[in-house]
Design a protein around this ligand. Structure first.
Ligand SMILES: Nc1ncnc2c1ncn2[C@@H]1O[C@H](COP(=O)(O)OP(=O)(O)OP(=O)(O)O)[C@@H](O)[C@H]1O
Ligand SMILES: [Mg+2]
Length: 231
């Protein structure tokens, strides 16, 4: 890792130590450049020791997000203590959700590794150029995308989970195919959390309605597919 890169100055000591650990474990070589910065996280472009392109998502240790964490964790049935632990629990929950979605056949970045507040995953993009989100690049086949995305919601539902924040901001357009990202708001599907599943379905339907898609599936039709053949 090149310590002189200016963006390294924005990290707190714990995060820096965790990045060094990922590097010494060989999961990444160095953080090459930022891809995205949000309120809660930074995403960096990196490579593993074989030169394979990866993305590293870093959950920030900021006070703002800490205030929201207790209610976030309790909704997910996670008991935690201490500032760093809660951030790490949140990160672990996101990673496990990405794994579950990926393993149930959702097109999403490949989960590669987890260490404390850091997630390493496959890079969605090519030759260091990240894919644009669907909000910026709506150059795709409406019918194909709708079928894929509703299919992903159903696959996740059948495996007992909800993405929880499904919108064109969290869908990348790579090679004209949709990739779901950002499982930080995901939830287990229960009778108490069903409203988040219907919210995801409605977000997608409203977005496709605006794009001009006709013959949308109703909320009930999607729910029937999720629950009808639930494993
Ligand atoms: N695996 C990836 N490959 C390429 N780009 C990615 C990848 N993961 C994230 N990105 C980019 O980074 C941005 C931020 O990622 P993400 O949506 O996961 O974080 P966020 O919105 O900050 O999440 P949070 O809700 O945790 O604050 C995305 O909009 C996308 O442009
Ligand atoms: Mg996001």
């Amino acid at each position: 890792m090149q310590e002189n890169k200016t963006f390294l100055h924005v990290f707190d000591q714990h995060t820096l130590r965790n990045i060094v650990k990922l590097t010494s474990d060989g999961l990444i070589t160095e953080l090459i450049g930022p891809i995205g910065t949000g309120k809660e996280s930074y995403v960096f472009y990196s490579k593993d020791v074989h030169g394979y392109e990866v993305a590293v998502k870093i959950h920030r240790h900021n006070i703002q997000s800490f205030k929201e964490i207790p209610s976030y964790l309790s909704l997910r049935g996670i008991k935690s203590g201490g500032f760093l632990n809660t951030i790490d629990d949140w990160t672990r929950y996101e990673y496990k959700s990405l794994e579950r979605a990926f393993n149930s056949g959702v097109r999403a970045p490949k989960p590669i590794g987890l260490y404390k507040n850091l997630i390493v995953m496959g890079f969605v993009g090519f030759n260091s150029v990240p894919a644009a989100s669907a909000i910026k690049d709506s150059n795709f086949d409406l019918e194909e995308w709708y079928k894929d995305i509703i299919g992903f919601i159903i696959k996740m539902g059948k495996s007992g989970m909800i993405h929880g924040d499904l919108s064109p901001y969290n869908i990348l357009n790579f090679d004209s195919k949709p990739y779901l990202i950002d499982f930080s708001q995901s939830l287990k599907l229960t009778s108490l959390t069903k409203e988040y599943l219907t919210r995801d379905i409605n977000n997608i339907n409203n977005w496709f309605l605006k794009l001009g898609k006709q013959d949308l599936l109703t909320e009930q039709e999607v729910l029937d597919s999720v629950y009808g053949e639930k494993k």
